[in-house]
Design a binder for this molecule. Structure first.
Ligand code: ACM
Length: 415
């Protein structure tokens, strides 16, 4: 155990005793416990730089660091510098939890930006809830979570599927094959998809899950060939996205008659598989790299100039970037002595930011974001053509598949 952690535990124990005797102010003013000290605010950056989801998380790490550098270069937050403490949880949920504990308890980070898979978010959640700290999660996910310790800046199912599923049914037909990685995210996302399909009179002809990191899709592709679905709805993640697309293409299947429709395939995976393998398939997301806005032009230029002219931006790197700016705006509203995970959470409620995808907002009730869904079709050059976009930002409903439940500022309610 390092010295910081020992000191923190010692003072923490004393704090508990003082709280019981009614003098919490004695320790809460202790400068060694302040989150903003010596002109800096420490934040954790917890993305996998190794392992099966490094393919995407490495770019989230880069977008986060770029936003921090931008803010620091422009004078920091009320003159205070943001100091990132970077950890590599190696695509392993248990390591995520261990590193999250280190960042919150030993490093005294006031917030942690991190993680891609829902498995890793679920692994760190108890750390943030127990310590009343704040986790900023940029990834699209399955919803069905209502925590006051997470700011969710990626899309939930209603924001990716409400426009996408009816559009696909109308364009391609009603026989759907669901293929996903085997963990909570694809299963819950498919649960909502099946409800939408049922309303549209469409049929699920197969629902199949492969292990995380799976790379051998020949038997799956044989079934695509024999079943001839109208749409393959894919929620596979990480390296598997690359393998699935490449093997689909090598098998000579045709996206014009049997497209893959994905909630996870971004410019990032497409860069890894090559545009040829992705061309013709569809993705629903709030952001695509080609989106035409001054904020996006600035974001793409800055990203390429910081990390390399061949690099791509995508819908999870975009939210990784804008969530740091939301953090900045929230912290800027606070006096240095008041900065804590709890005060930041209150300050970020309702906060808006002109992101590369358009204006976004943190919903005060459930700490998810209002986003701007779009449907893109991949082209051989590795970019998407944006075919539709929602007329306005769309409210996040993390319980869209569970209409009897609602996430509110007071917690999960039965309605
Ligand atoms: C995910 O696991 N939320 C993609």
């Amino acid at each position: 155990m390092n010295r910081n952690r020992r000191n923190f535990l010692k003072v923490g124990a004393a704090a508990g005793a003082l709280t019981l005797t009614g003098f919490p102010h004695i320790w809460s003013r202790n400068a060694s416990l302040a989150y903003a000290a010596d002109g800096e605010i420490k934040v954790g950056v917890l993305f996998s730089l190794t392992g099966t989801t490094a393919i995407i998380e490495e770019s989230l790490n880069k977008a986060t660091l770029m936003a921090i550098e931008e803010i620091n270069a422009a004078g920091g937050i009320n003159g205070m510098k943001i100091t990132p403490v970077i950890e590599d949880p190696a695509s392993d949920p248990a390591t995520f939890a261990e590193k999250a504990r280190k960042l919150v308890l030993s490093d005294r980070c006031v917030s942690v930006f991190g993680s891609y898979t829902s498995a890793s978010r679920k692994a760190v959640l108890p750390v943030f809830e127990k310590q009343d700290n704040l986790f900023w999660y940029p990834t699209l996910y399955e919803g069905r979570e209502c925590s006051k310790n997470v700011i969710y800046t990626g899309a939930v199912p209603n924001q990716q599927q409400d426009d996408f599923i009816p559009w696909l049914v109308e364009k391609f037909g009603k026989r759907w094959y669901l293929i996903g990685s085997n963990y909570i995210y694809p299963k819950e996302e498919n649960n909502y998809c099946k409800k939408l399909l049922e309303k549209l009179g469409a049929e699920v002809i197969a629902e199949e899950y492969v292990p995380l990191g799976h790379s051998e899709f020949s038997s799956v592709i044989n079934k695509f060939r024999s079943e001839k679905p109208s749409v393959i709805f894919s929620t596979v993640v990480g390296d598997s996205v690359v393998a699935l697309h490449r093997q689909y293409r090598a098998a000579g299947l045709d996206p014009a008659t049997m497209p893959m429709a994905s909630l996870t395939t971004s410019e990032n995976e497409v860069a890894a598989m090559g545009g040829d393998a992705a061309a013709g398939h569809f993705t629903s997301a709030p952001y695509f790299m080609v989106f035409d806005s001054p904020e996006n032009q600035k974001f793409v230029e800055a990203y390429r100039s910081r990390w390399g002219g061949d690099k791509v931006t995508h819908f999870v790197s975009e939210s990784s970037y804008f969530q740091v700016h939301l953090f900045k705006q929230a912290v800027a509203k606070l006096a240095a002595s008041d900065i804590s995970p709890v005060t930041i959470r209150e300050a970020v409620k309702g906060e808006q930011y002109k992101a590369p995808q358009g204006l976004v907002k943190v919903e005060p009730e459930n700490l998810h974001c209002w986003l701007r869904p779009k449907i893109g079709q991949c082209k051989a050059d590795g970019q998407f053509e944006i075919l539709t976009q929602s007329a306005d930002w769309l409210e996040p409903n993390p319980y869209s598949a569970y209409p009897n439940q609602k996430c509110t500022a007071e917690g999960l309610k039965e309605i």
